[in-house]
Design a protein around this ligand. Structure first.
Ligand SMILES: [Cu+2]
Length: 95
């Protein structure tokens, strides 16, 4: 995870969206407020929406305009997110 700091007790992970998700797998610490910032840098494909029923977000991703979503970390487990047509997938692991 990036930008994690014990004193601020927040965590943010940057995910680049360019023909898929990089990284595809995001690990978060349970109980620490978390955000994921998606930055779509490539117009190819159908990745202009990212959504997750598990994590409760559905966000448009305008090209080169990073979008930050809040991710619940109260429950440990594996949760998926995907593009609007459920063709590209990423995973959030809370532990
Ligand atoms: Cu898609």
């Amino acid at each position: 995870m990036e930008d994690f700091n014990m004193t601020t007790a927040k965590q943010n992970v940057n995910v680049e969206v360019a023909g898929g998700y990089n990284p595809e797998r995001v690990e978060l610490q349970q109980g620490v407020p978390a955000t994921i910032t998606f930055n779509r840098t490539n117009a190819q494909g159908c990745l202009d929406v990212v959504h997750s029923t598990d994590l409760g977000f559905n966000t448009d991703l305008p090209l080169n305009q990073p979008q930050t979503v809040t991710v619940p970390t109260d429950k440990a487990g594996e949760f998926s997110f995907s593009c609007g047509m459920d063709m590209f997938f990423g995973k959030v692991i809370v532990k």
